[in-house]
Design a binder for this molecule. Structure first.
Ligand code: TXA
Ligand code: MG
Length: 358
């Protein structure tokens, strides 16, 4: 059953609820018309909510950067509704891209390839490469198809904030700055797509995400991780900017579970002694390790996909508690744990690896 609710009073952005599996074609058509007219429409994907603009409309794309407060040197992903649309956006589709598209599209894998002239340079921040993905969410696919154009869409958060996994998060950041949001319920994966650069050999994971390195290895002969997110490697000064971040300072403790619990407990006690209020971000199965503290739980240690699904909501929840400090427990970088740790490291104002501040 498809329902439309009226835009709740007080909202300046149009709010349309759609069924996540069978979105009402009339509502989708209305949103698509906004996109074609140069408007900005937020919509659910399987990873996070995206903020869409017609990728062929330079003016709309400029408005998109402004609405998000996004630096114009950070390129956008172009979203398509069919596998064969990739060929219109890139200069050539190498065999490896065809293999990956065959296995992982639609889905949370973004491919970076040489840009065709059809894509305006504003979309790629002037780069000669373009990032393209075909999302798996029925609402995203219906919207792109109805718009009849490829849709440039970053995550629909204000720049630097945690990505939105619910329409309410989008409105928290962007109400009044965009034309409409389609509410299709929670985004199931919870972290963004994996961004894979195919213009180099071997391909490089620029951003770990919804498709894991383990999954990619089944299709690719070789694969490299961008040095910025190789676990444990110290970052070059200047590369460390805050991203995906709550407003509250966040310290990340990355260590084996027993050591992490001890360290988090000690840091919390120190902060309390200094008159600061603390919230600990951990997993449900570790809840009892912090009897003294306020705790937000996110997933189970044995299920990194569950942690990914709840991560951004948990970060926003930590903020709402109004503490002075968030102390977050890391998890092993296997499977989706790698994407979660990448986001937590970027959100952190301080990181402790095995007890040492990095
Ligand atoms: O799951 C996702 O990918 C979500 C949903 C909405 O599709 N989108 C998303 O977009 O996360 P955004 O803009 O928040 O992140 C895009 C990432 C950035 O790290 C950007 O630097 C990288 O992709 N990127 C985009 N175009 C690129 C290019 N031409 N070369 C290298 N990296 C690129
Ligand atoms: Mg983003």
């Amino acid at each position: 059953m498809v329902t439309e609710v009226e835009t709740p009073r007080g909202l300046r952005t149009a709010y349309w609820r759609v069924d996540p599996v069978l979105p009402d074609p009339e509502i989708v058509a209305r949103a698509a018309a906004l996109l074609r007219a140069g408007g900005l429409v937020a919509f659910p994907t399987e990873t996070v909510y995206g903020l869409g603009a017609n990728a062929f409309d330079q003016e709309a794309v400029r408005r998109l950067f402004a609405a998000k407060g996004r630096p114009v040197d950070n390129p956008l992903i172009v979203h398509v509704a069919a596998k064969n649309e990739l060929a219109d956006l890139v200069r050539e589709v190498p065999a490896v891209a065809k293999d990956l598209v065959g296995v992982f599209w639609p889905g949370p894998l973004t491919l970076v390839l040489p840009r065709s002239r059809a894509v305006p340079p504003v979309v790629t921040a002037g780069l000669d490469k373009v990032a393209v993905r075909m999302p798996a969410h029925p609402v995203a696919l219906a919207l792109i198809r109805a718009a009849g154009v490829p849709v440039a869409a970053p995550s629909a958060n204000y720049s630097g904030r945690p990505s939105p996994t619910m329409a309410a998060h989008v409105l928290e950041d962007l109400d009044g700055r965009i034309e409409a949001v389609l509410d299709g319920g929670p985004a199931p994966v919870g972290v963004e797509s994996t961004v894979l650069d195919l213009t180099v050999t071997p391909p490089v994971i620029l951003r770990p995400g919804g498709i894991t390195a383990e999954q990619l290895s089944a299709v690719l002969d070789g694969i490299a991780h961008h040095p910025e997110h190789t676990p444990g490697r110290p970052q070059a000064p200047g590369m460390k900017y805050r991203h995906y971040a709550p407003r509250t300072p966040l310290w990340l403790v990355d260590a084996p579970p027993e050591a992490a619990a001890a360290r988090l407990g000690a840091l919390a006690a120190e902060a309390r002694a200094a008159g600061k209020s603390v919230v600990i971000l951990t997993r449900r199965d570790h809840r009892d390790r912090f009897p003294e503290d306020r705790v937000v739980v996110c997933g189970e240690s044995t299920d990194p996909a569950g942690v990914a699904a709840g991560l951004y909501t948990a970060l926003r929840e930590c903020d709402l508690l109004g503490a002075d400090l968030i102390l977050a427990e890391g998890l092993p970088p296997t499977g989706l744990g790698r994407a979660v740790m990448n986001r937590l490291r970027k959100a952190a104002t301080k990181t402790f690896v095995n007890g040492v501040q990095t």
